[in-house]
Each structure stands twice: as structure tokens, then as C-alpha cells.
Design a protein. Structure first.
Length: 433
């Protein structure tokens, strides 16, 4: 396998790099942990490592060092597409190198060869109650794939530790390959909105998803590619990424680990933001019977803030500029459907909101994040079932967390086991300060 061969040349060097770092500087302090951080969800504690992505306060998310505009410009596209093939992004996330068109298509070919979903997975989904949440269906489907795990089989049979990453890569490629059809099938049986299509061998991974969703639009194929690229990874500390790493650190295979990550993503504080942003836009639209004037929107927003409510989609814990993921999606909408009413409203909010939030003096980052626009684009193409949006997020997130999981195996990262303290211990520490 081309991708496996490439990684096999990179991993030995990285193993030595990590070994030297921990041997020579393992006792070096990385910041100072406070009681507030311990009780506050460990926020901002620098205790994880990933080379897959990093949130730059001024440039936004960087995938292997490349900012979003660079990624979209450098990654190769398939013929007739305006957005790069997702296989090229996966190659970049795994290897740290921008792929050639041949290398990107090589990943797409790997996914295509592994795309068949076993019938028992569909049987499991069909047996679930009709009111089951789409994320429960997705997590269950991933667990139903677990009997196919090459890692679990090879571990049981006995294999060297330095080979763990090889079946982890195999499982990751196989899992990702099947997600578009599984997600589209969930959409079809849950909402009864489209026929269930089988994958088209002539389409790429992102384009196939759009086709199986029943959205007959080349634009939606490009939007799917864009959405999955933008939502692929966001450092290692968010709930879904951390859950995958934590469960995987016990040497659970990627099916167990990714299912856990999806369960975390389903939590309202993690994966619900895009739904909340779209709901707010629709509430404004309905209140005014259409797109309000600039003056009306300013007044309504000020009244909302004065009532102690927040404007969803604006602000970010790290970024101090507009989220490049927002800009990429905004540019997409502005190119293909600038006159769409909901997009016009989102654009108007983008025009007025930063100045309004700045004026409050309470917000460090008044700029829009990725969630402020993503639901609007899906809504335009007829994907309007809010409960499904987190499934879209989950499919994209598989790219980043599996790349991290492969490297965790390659570098022999140990089981994650933080030390706990009692409240009395903390009180004693505080008394000595």
C-alpha cells in the first residue's frame, strides 16, 4: 500500500525524535497548573501532543502547519471539482506532506476498495426504533463494524508493538471508507427523504456522499468536500478528539475509540453549535418576516445582548480573527447563492455583529467561527434536518482523529492516566501559597 509504505519511512525518525525529547527534557515544566484549571475542565493545560493540527490565534486552524487558505490552494482536485479531494487532505494529515494528484487519488482508491458496508450493519440500523437520534445510529453502526477490526485480530494473534500502527491504519482506512454510505443511509431511513444509493465507483469520497444523500448538484459535491476538510480536526483537546485518544490509549481498536468520540460529539456543548446558529438565524428571519434591515438587526441584537443572551456562532476561545473555516464557507455561499435569503441574513449578521460585540467590551474575539455559517449552506441545498448536522460533523472528524490514532500507535503513546487529588489535598496546597 502506497500510504503505508510512505508512513513506514517516516515513523522511525519520529520515534527517535520523541524518544530524544522525553529523555533529554522529560522534566521540563510546561506552564503552571492552577486549581481553577483543575476544577475548570483542565482548560488551557498543555498536556497533550499532536502534530496533525494546531489552532493559531491569528491564522486559525493549521493542518500540518498549513492554514486553511493554503490547504485549499495546495491540495489537488479531481477533474471537474472546485474543491480539493478529501483523500489529499488525509494524505497530508497522515504524512505532513502535500500530496501529488496521484497520491491523493491513491487514498481515494483505497477508500473505494474498502467502501462496502456489511449487510449486518444495515440490519442493525433497520432494527433501531424510529425515534432514535441520528448520532445514536451512527455510533451504533461504527460499533457494528468492529468485528472487522484488523488491529483486534492481529493483537489477539500476537504482534510486535512497533507494528501496532499498521493494522490501525488498515482499520482507519476501512472505517473512513464506509462512513459516507452509512451516514447517507441513516439520513434516508431516519427522514425518508431520498432513495438509498450504492457508491458510484467513478466518484471520489466527498462526491459520493453528496450523491448518496440524493442532492443532485455538483455544487453540493464541492460543499461536501469543503465541509469534511474544514471539520476534520481541531487539535486534540476537544471532547471528540480527546475521547478517541483516551479510549484508543487502552489499545482499543479504532471502531471502539471512534464510537466513543461520536458519543462525545453528540453532547450539546460540543456538536450542537451549528444547529443553534441556524436556529437563531431562522428565528430572526421569522420574526421580521424575511431579511431585516441593518437598523432592525442592530436593534434586535442589542436587545438580545441586553437580556443576557448570547449570539451563537460568534467568539472563539483561541482565535482573535475571523475563523478561516467561516471565511471559506462564506466565500462558497457568496459564489454560488448570494441571493439566498438565509445566506443574505448570515451575511448581514457578519457585517454588523463584530462591531456590536466589540462595543460591549466583554468579548475578546467578536468574530464568527465555523458554526456561524455551516448550517446555512446545508439548509440551502435542502438538508434541513437539524439532528443530522452532527452526523456530518462526525464524518468529517473521522479524518483527523484516525490520523492521530495511527500516529499514537506508531509512537507508542501510553495509556492515558492522569493523577487525581482530593479536595482536602487542594485545600492544603492552597493554604501553603
Amino acid at each position: 500500500m502506497q500510504l503505508q509504505d510512505k508512513l513506514a519511512t517516516l515513523i522511525p525518525e519520529w520515534r527517535e525524535r520523541v524518544k530524544k525529547l522525553t529523555k533529554d527534557h522529560g522534566k521540563a515544566k510546561v506552564g503552571e497548573i492552577t486549581i481553577d484549571q483543575i476544577y475548570g475542565g483542565m482548560r488551557d493545560i498543555e498536556g497533550l501532543v499532536t502534530d496533525i493540527s494546531y489552532v493559531d490565534p491569528m491564522a486559525g486552524i493549521r493542518f500540518r502547519g498549513f492554514a486553511i487558505p493554503e490547504v485549499l490552494a495546495k491540495l489537488p482536485k479531481i477533474e471537474g471539482a472546485n474543491v480539493p479531494a478529501v483523500g489529499g487532505l488525509y494524505y497530508l494529515l497522515l504524512t505532513g506532506q502535500v500530496p501529488t494528484r496521484e497520491e491523493a487519488l491513491g487514498v481515494e482508491a483505497e477508500w473505494r476498495a474498502r467502501a462496502r458496508v456489511p449487510q449486518h450493519v444495515f440490519n442493525v440500523l433497520n432494527a433501531m426504533p424510529t425515534d432514535t437520534h441520528p448520532m445514536t445510529l451512527l455510533s451504533t453502526a461504527v460499533l457494528a463494524l468492529q468485528p472487522e477490526s484488523q488491529f483486534a485480530k492481529r493483537y489477539s494473534a500476537g504482534m510486535k508493538k512497533d507494528e501496532y500502527w499498521i493494522p490501525m491504519l488498515e482499520d482507519s482506512l476501512s472505517l473512513i471508507a464506509k462512513l459516507p454510505e452509512i451516514a447517507a443511509y441513516i439520513y434516508c431511513i431516519k427522514f425518508q427523504k431520498c432513495e438509498v444509493y450504492v457508491p458510484d465507483p467513478n466518484l471520489d469520497w466527498g462526491g459520493n456522499f453528496a450523491r448518496m444523500m440524493g442532492v443532485a448538484s455538483k455544487e453540493y459535491q464541492d460543499l461536501s468536500r469543503l465541509y469534511f476538510i474544514l471539520h476534520s480536526d481541531h487539535e486534540s483537546g476537544n471532547v471528540s478528539a480527546h475521547a478517541v485518544h483516551l479510549v484508543g490509549s487502552a489499545l482499543s481498536d479504532i471502531y471502539y475509540a471512534f464510537s466513543a468520540g461520536l458519543n462525545g460529539l453528540a453532547g450539546p456543548l460540543h456538536g450542537l453549535a451549528n444547529q443553534e446558529c441556524l436556529s437563531w438565524l431562522l428565528s430572526v428571519y421569522n420574526k421580521f418576516g424575511g431579511v431585516p434591515s441593518k437598523e432592525q438587526l442592530v436593534q434586535y441584537t442589542n436587545e438580545t445582548l441586553a437580556a443576557g443572551k448570547v449570539i451563537p456562532g460568534y467568539g472563539h476561545a483561541v482565535l482573535r480573527t475571523p475563523d478561516p473555516r467561516f471565511i471559506a464557507q462564506y466565500d462558497f455561499g457568496n459564489k454560488y447563492f448570494p441571493q439566498d435569503d438565509l445566506f443574505r441574513l448570515a451575511s448581514l449578521v457578519y457585517e454588523v455583529m463584530p462591531d456590536i460585540l466589540k462595543a460591549t467590551g466583554k468579548i475578546k474575539n467578536p468574530w464568527p467561527n465555523v458554526d456561524a455559517i455551516s448550517g446555512t449552506l446545508q439548509y440551502h441545498y435542502g438538508v434541513r434536518e437539524f439532528d443530522f448536522y452532527t452526523v456530518l460533523f462526525g464524518v468529517g472528524r473521522a479524518l483527523g482523529v484516525t490520523a492521530n490514532a495511527v500516529w499514537a500507535r506508531a509512537l507508542g503513546q501510553p495509556i492515558e492516566r492522569p493523577k487525581s487529588l482530593t479536595t482536602a489535598m487542594l485545600e492544603e496546597i492552597a493554604a501553603q501559597v
